[in-house]
Structure formats: C-alpha cells, structure tokens
Design a binder for this molecule. Sequence first.
Ligand SMILES: Nc1ncnc2c1ncn2[C@@H]1O[C@H](COP(=O)(O)OP(=O)(O)OP(=O)(O)O)[C@@H](O)[C@H]1O
Ligand SMILES: [Mg+2]
Ligand SMILES: [Zn+2]
Length: 459
Amino acid sequence: MTKVKSKWVCIECGYESAGYLGKCPECSSWGSFNEETQFSEKSANAVNNEFINKEKPELLKNIQLNDDVRISTNISEFDRILGGGLVQGSLILAAGDPGIGKSTILLQTGGELCKCGKKVLYVSAEESTSQIKLRADRLQINSDKLYIYPQTSMENIKSQIEEIAPDVVVIDSIQAIYSQNVASTAGSVSQIRECCNLLMHIAKTKNITILIIGHVTKEGSIAGPKVLEHMVDTVIHFEGDKYKSYRMLRSMKNRFGNTSEVGIFEMHSDGLKEVKNPNELFLNERSQIAVPGSAIIVSNEGTRPLLVEIQALVGTTPYPTPRRVVNGVDSSRLLQILAVLEKRVGLNLSKQDVYVNVMGGIDISEPAADLGIALAVATCARDVVVDSQTVIIGEIGLSGEIHPVNNIEKRLNEAISSGFKKAIIPYSNKIQNSTNKIEIVKVKRLIDAIGACVCPQTV
Ligand SMILES: Nc1ncnc2c1ncn2[C@@H]1O[C@H](COP(=O)(O)OP(=O)(O)OP(=O)(O)O)[C@@H](O)[C@H]1O
Ligand SMILES: [Mg+2]
Ligand SMILES: [Zn+2]
C-alpha cells in the first residue's frame, strides 16, 4: 500500500513543517500554511534519482556543443530578453497578471517556431481546443507542426511529449496542471513543485525547451513558492498597463543571458507586435513646451537605454502629515531624494504633498534616475522648468553629491538619436568619444544641477 504523508506548507515561500504554524519562520507571513498530502513512493525525488544515476561525470574539454543550441523565436524582442533565443533543454517561466497576454505571446512564439521548422506542443490546461483555435485564427497562426493539447494531468502530458517528441513545449499554465504523485489540488505548492520537477526532468533528459506560464498573485509575485523561480533557468515577467496597449517583457533571472533586459510590445487585435523604437512610444505624449515638474531621464534597462519622462507635482498639503505618492519608482528612494533636497538644497517640503509619476507605466529601479526625479520635484516646487531638450542622468548621494553612472556613452547616444540637445551628467563620468552633437554639462552636486538646468517658465 502507498504510504501517505501529510505536511503543512507555506504558500508564500514553500517552507514545510510537520504541523500547523501561524507564522512562517522563513518568510514571516501570517496564516499562510496549508495542509498537503503526498504519496511518498512516487515522488519527484524518485524521478530525480533515476535521472542522476544515469549521468556520469564528464571532462569539460570533452563536452560538445550543438550548433543550434539556441533556437531563434523569430521575434527579435523576445530573443533579446532571452539572451539571444531559446536555449535547448531549458525551462523558462513566463509570469504575468491575468489577461496581460501570456497565452497570446506564447502561442505566437509557437507559430513562429513552426515557421522555422520546429515541432511545438502547446498544452492548454485552461482553455479548450476551439478557444485556442479562435485565438490562433485571430493571430493568423496556421501551421501543420503546432499541436494543441488540452490536458491537466502531468502524466498524460509526459506520455504525449514522449510520443510526439516536440522541440518546444508550452505549458499553459503550471497552476492548472496536477500530478498523481501528489494528493493536493492543482495550484498548491506541492503540486507546482512536483510538476515543475517532472518538467525539468523532461527538459534536461530529452533536450526539449519548455515554456511554462505562471500566474501572478495580487502582490505581484509569482503564485506558488519561490522554489519555482529557483528551479527554472529563466524567469520572464510580463508587465504593463492593462488600460494601455503596450506590454513589457522583462527577464528577472536568466542562466543564459543578461537580466533586467526589457522587450516592448504593443497589443493589437492580431497579436502582440514588437515596438522597434520605444522612445517614440514613451515620449510622444509629452508636451513640447517645458512645464514645471517634468524631467527626461535615460534609464538603462538591460542592454538598451530608454528615454522616460518623470513628472512630479508638489502642493501644500491639507493634512497634518504630507503625502508622498509614487508610481513607477521605489517609494523609499523618493523619500531619500526628498531628504537630500531638504538638507542639501534647502527645499522645504515638510508641508508639501509630493506626487511622482513615471510616464508610460514603466518601473524604473536604477539609481541613475535619481537626479531626474530630484529635478522634477525641485522645478515643480520652485515653479521653474527644465528645458524640454535636456536629458538628466545621475545618481544622488546622501551628502548631495552626484555619483557616476554606467554606460554613459550609450545613454548619450540614445539621447542624441532622439534629438536632445543638452545632457546633465555626473562630473566624474569620463567620456571617451566626445561629440559635438549634444551639449554636455557636468555637475558635482545636486545644487549645481539645479542651477545648470532650470530656466524661468517661458509661458
Ligand atoms: N479581439 C481582440 N483585439 C485586441 N486585443 C485582444 C482581443 N482579444 C483579446 N485581446 C487582448 O488579449 C488579452 C488577453 O490575452 P491572453 O488570453 O493571452 O492573456 P493571458 O495572460 O493568457 O490571460 P489569462 O491569465 O486569463 O490566461 C486581453 O487582455 C486583450 O488585451
Ligand atoms: Mg492564458
Ligand atoms: Zn513562508
């Protein structure tokens, strides 16, 4: 008889305990423990042992690489965030909010791969074949190498993969499939872990690339344990404003490429289309006349610099404690910048509400955006403007000094190609190939930067 084990698992981080715990010792979540049952005999570990036993150590110099170790998806933005295409035998997790377009992009990718002669198996655990057919018709995908398989059982999926022997498998989604080895319901931590383990085993032994769709919780993290992120080779996040048509794919983890790489797409009725020049998209809503509280920064997202507008609004607060509302930048970063503005520049914001917004719904995490944020706030508070042809680059230190940033020349070239005439950059940044296409103003301190770029409002 199969031995049945019961355990309590934290749904946030996957921590396991023999009994119920109110607070997770690993991630400090409250009430996050669920009871799960597992048949111990056929667990994933057994599969892993079988896998490990077959493998023998090999000398590095004797290991041969295939020529086609990377498969191009034919979608250049998607290839770029993957570090140059899908790596054979890798496991890729694509996560995103409901309805953002995960199934769309992966079905499109499947269609493109088939055009290059690859065999693709699309496992749909959430939609029927006719629903997928409807989408495929809308996306104009018509291929004789694309298999659609509505299935939720991991064991059936495994046997079909063995039978069809595809080059690429898409699992839509990991939260909807289940394995018989684990008694808990689909979507539980044990099920996700077990299914992911089995998929990893298939990917590595059969050299099949597997793309897994994962849902995202309200808090924005991937539903299910962090272990899922550890198990896969690459994690890509689908982001974007659902009320606008563009979407961003961002690589959060990549064992075979650069992380924080961003690919930008626009949602059309016939699918997601690549945006070749994203700066037009982010800057075209901007008014050409300079207004107080607006600054253009050059943010380095992965290998590509992006020109983004930062807007700030500063106004007297009706509340005892002033409000700080941010969108697209880290709120503690803003608090730090505001503190430096107060202490080092003498800008009194203690009775002022401050709102900061990154236009275009993009999240900016790098410190090189600091100076742009500070100038947006300072110009709004003082009712002056940053010239609309100026870009701002620099990180701010606590004593008000401006720190150098990486890839300065790449950022400047991007500003030049978008027609900007002036750049405020950190003093200690060295520029090798000086250019006369853009006026460069080097600043040492925040107060100098404010002096260098603000001019009285012209309208
Ligand atoms: N006819 C259409 N024209 C334009 N856009 C459409 C059309 N039909 C669907 N969409 C877009 O596709 C999105 C849904 O895409 P998709 O089903 O791929 O998302 P998903 O992330 O897989 O969602 P879920 O989490 O529910 O599986 C919609 O939010 C909408 O933006
Ligand atoms: Mg879907
Ligand atoms: Zn936990």
